[in-house]
Design a protein around this ligand. Structure first.
Ligand SMILES: C[S@@+](CC[C@H](N)C(=O)[O-])C[C@H]1O[C@@H](n2cnc3c(N)ncnc32)[C@H](O)[C@@H]1O
Length: 562
């Protein structure tokens, strides 16, 4: 059991989803290699690409293994077992390895090239000279974490490109470092998760690729039984800034990509016209909610307008100790200054206010509404409106919950969505294949599983109904899931980046507002009576794209240089 767990942890930690050899061979088949080419496979694992590459170069270099491994092929692998196994395989196939070669056991992100120790890169995190490799191929570790002790210097080297942040994880840092290492005109071919086409956290990576060369993305229909993530192949040539990207045989212009706030590589199709106007973020501000750290203590189900409270809450003073502070801290680490501060506090007998949660002998029955409780907006089923199903203990503005969070681990200290608590808005489920939009009346405390959006100051209230109606359409979900973020999560930023339905005429807008307002009112009074499907179909028509409005927007955008 322990071994299996360790095995799984290592596999995930290092993103070890090895490429089936036949797929690697197929990918390599698209490249014509010359005897002078320098090729790198970072994170070569069991050698899916490395072994066929050696095969090809052996033919080009008259079976001179030493020449091939010193002049043509570079590889690095962090995992001892995989490293040894692959070197043993090379020795079995082509004889003993030469004394010197370019196959290194180590961390790619820390390795300097052609071969050497890490050397601090200049301010922009770039090598001063042109890159070294003609071709870089492989399958970068997906979802792996960047080594903790080197985080700062790796972030300085690879954490930003073109003014945008590059997500701190192996997969994006591997790609950025590889871009640096390619010589001008060089090519890169990597297997990637298809999430990188739209996911907002990879916006910086998409921009870096467009700034540095030409990209093409091809779907990999079958990958490996080891992972169910849909995979793609990224083909890149380092030939200077590009004005388009080709994704699965469709070309998206840089202008259409730029029109989507997340620089989506799924732009460039029939959905482009929707992005010719403003975004929902110009009218509404969206926010995620908080996590209590332990819902069992504070969150109750509502049944027939009542809840059962099994706990009593009291406040105490707990002694401050360095040990406790370390246990709460990020990566269980504190700076020297903080350590000294807490040591001093411990010595002085300082205390921190905390909450004790003790079971009652008998649960207390509480009828709602009640001044000590607020409705709690967790994800739940229902479109348009859903009656409150949860309540949270919120006496004295949530003192018990907030004190509990403050005493918990570092990531609990913030209160997500705090400024929006108890405001009227609209809400949806964070994890969903469709926008499951509902009206959120005033008075709710917000949970992280159900992000919300609120009208910006000065925006008329009718916009709430207008946008609720739009986001309930299939078209809105299609845009969100195809262009903006095709993972299962629907974050607050995704909502803000949705197109505002600028194409809807005044008459239709009026009808849509009336329909949504009436539907929500009926739903709140339990009078919707199975009419939901028909109303959704009506909304689909009311928000249908009007091409003349798009034409006007295009003319305005053109004039404004958007
Ligand atoms: C997705 S696997 C791909 C392996 C191989 N390239 C293939 O296509 O089968 C990623 C590989 O990168 C290795 N790896 C992960 N982090 C690394 C790092 N920082 N430096 C070097 N190798 C790393 C893993 O151990 C794993 O073998």
């Amino acid at each position: 059991m322990a071994r299996t767990r360790h095995h799984r942890d290592k596999k995930q930690q290092l993103g070890q989803f090895l490429t089936p050899p036949e797929i690697a061979v197929r990918i390599l088949g698209g490249h014509t290699l010359r005897p002078c080419d320098r090729v790198l496979e970072p994170g070569f694992g069991a050698g899916a690409f490395l072994l066929p590459l050696i095969d090809t170069f052996m033919m080009l270099r008259s079976n001179d293994l030493s020449a091939v491994l010193n002049e043509n092929i570079w590889g690095i692998e962090v995992d001892d077992e995989l490293f040894e196994g692959t070197l043993a395989q090379i020795a079995r196939r082509w004889g003993p390895l030469p004394e010197h070669h370019n196959l290194v056991r180590g961390d790619f992100l820390l390795q300097d090239y052609p071969n050497g120790e890490w050397r601090e890169l200049n301010g922009a995190g770039r090598l001063g000279q042109d890159g070294w490799f003609d071709l870089i191929v492989g399958n970068p570790p997906f979802g792996g974490t960047v080594s903790i002790e080197h985080q700062n210097r790796l972030e300085a080297a690879y954490g930003r490109r073109g003014g945008l942040k590059i997500k701190k994880e192996t997969y994006s840092f591997f790609i950025v470092k590889s871009l640096d290492l390619l010589r001008t005109g060089g090519r890169l071919e990597f297997i990637c998760s298809d999430t990188f086409l739209t996911i907002p956290t990879m916006k910086g990576l998409r921009k870096a690729l467009m700034d540095e060369g030409t990209s093409e993305v091809i779907r990999l229909d079958e990958f490996s039984p080891e992972t169910s993530y849909p995979m793609v192949v990224l083909r890149f040539a380092k030939d200077g800034p590009s004005d388009s990207v080709k994704v699965e045989h469709r070309t998206a212009s840089r202008a259409s990509i730029n029109a989507t706030a997340n620089l989506s590589w799924r732009a460039g199709g029939a959905l482009d016209p929707y992005f010719m106007g403003p975004t929902l973020g110009e009218v509404m501000v969206a926010s995620s909610g908080m996590t209590t750290g332990k819902n069992e203590y504070f969150v109750r189900d509502i049944v027939n307008g009542e809840l059962q409270e099994p706990y009593a809450f009291t406040f105490v003073e707990d002694p401050v100790s360095v040990e406790r502070e370390l246990a709460r801290a990020r990566l269980n680490q504190l700076s020297k200054k903080q350590l000294a501060k807490f040591a001093q506090m411990e010595q002085n007998g300082a205390t921190r206010r905390n909450v004790r949660v003790t079971p009652r002998e008998e649960p207390l029955r509480v009828a709602l509404p009640h001044p000590d409780y607020r409705y709690y907006n967790k994800a739940q089923t229902g479109l348009f409106y859903a009656p409150p199903r949860y309540a949270i203990y919120w006496r004295d503005k949530g003192d018990a919950v907030l004190t509990f969070k403050q005493n918990g681990r570092w990531y609990l200290h913030g209160v997500g969505g705090g400024p929006f608590f108890e405001r009227e808005g609209i809400t949806w489920s964070l994890v969903a294949s469709r926008l499951k939009m509902r009206y959120l009346p005033e008075g709710y405390i917000l949970d992280s599983g159900s992000p919300c959006a609120f009208l910006r100051d000065g925006v008329p209230r009718d916009e709430l109904w207008f946008i609720l109606g739009w986001t309930l359409t299939e078209k809105a979900t299609e845009i969100l899931k195809n262009v903006l973020n095709h993972t299962m999560n629907i974050q607050s930023k995704d909502f803000e980046r949705m197109p505002y339905p600028f194409w809807v005429s005044e008459g239709r807008r009026h009808d849509a507002i009336a329909l949504v307002r009436e539907t929500v009112t009926a739903a709140m009074n339990g009078l919707l009576d199975n009419r939901e499907d028909q109303i959704l179909a009506d909304l689909e028509c009311l928000y249908m794209l009007d091409t003349s409005a798009v034409g006007k927007a295009r003319a305005t955008c053109g004039a404004a240089g958007k």
